[in-house]
Design a protein. Sequence first.
Length: 381
Amino acid sequence: MTASARFQIASLYFCYAVAGLFWGTLAAASPALQAQVGFSDGQWGLAMGVMALSAFPVMRIFGRRLHRIEDRAISLCLAVFCIGAVFFCFSQSVAALALALVLTGGASGALDIALNNRIARVEADTGARLFNRMHALFPAAMLSASAATGLLRGAGVPVWLLFAAIASAFVVAAMTEGRAGAHMRPQKTTEAGPHRAALTGLVALLALIAAAGAFQEGTAYSWAAIYTERVREAGPVWGGFAAAAFTLGLSAGRLVAHEVEMRISAIVTVRIAACITVPSFALAALGAPVPLLMFGFFLAGCGVGPIEPAVFRAVTRRAEGPARGPLLASVTAVAYLGYLLSPPALGYVAEYLGWSALWAAVAGLAALVVGLTLRIPPADR
């Protein structure tokens, strides 16, 4: 492997780490952010839905243009993320919070496409297996950030200071990636690259699996800390550890998937993991004691974790060059429907039907993932 390839891989790891720090901080700080603006559970869920919704127009445009700006796409996304993190520092204002959610939501969708595209390029150039390991680092960083955020909030550290530190990390990551992007090996492109990617057959099925996984992931990110801290009255430290337990499970699940991917197909791995997820979310629905609840969130993360790497690796192997960006954008957009629908839908479920109904619904969706994997022909697994 050349020094150029190693530098690109190191930069990708750093980008995933910084993105994970942001989302871990946001997950564990969500009770404080919700309290600052005085939102109800339904209103907060709607706000999280707006965050996901802002990614859709960005992904549509970004996917079509990606092949033209591959070398600087990631650094541009990180720069916008930095601006959004700065606005979180002033989130006592509803207007500032709205700007923060829109900017980071849009940047998140574009960054997902850019990172997965770069991983596919590096895998093709070097033969390295990176998808599961890269995606495993993201929740590992989230774990550190969510646990640290819970501890720091418990010690009285203001939320604005946490997001100021995250904004600084985005600046460093953007500068590093700016140099790494210059090392990309040029590839031949044509101006007549496809503008639409049809979601049919196997790709449509993969997109639905990704959306179901994103729905479950979004549920834990948006509600695990709030449910533990406020509904179960366990306090901010346990709230931070709830988010941490789930993200640790995400990382563990992806690392296990990386180890077995040469012996068990990715789709079979997803099916096995989803079978673990069903009873894990059921523990929350049954009101398990807080320590057992932490274990349930960890197992749920293990089950949800392998979904995203499996889907995006399968998608990127079905397109090259200018065709890859639009296809990734289309599949990512469907996946983001899960992030979009999860917070508002389940926020109102919690408000009107109760928290047990919320977690039971997510357990049912995990069972649906098992069914969807059975629809994939054996030759494509």
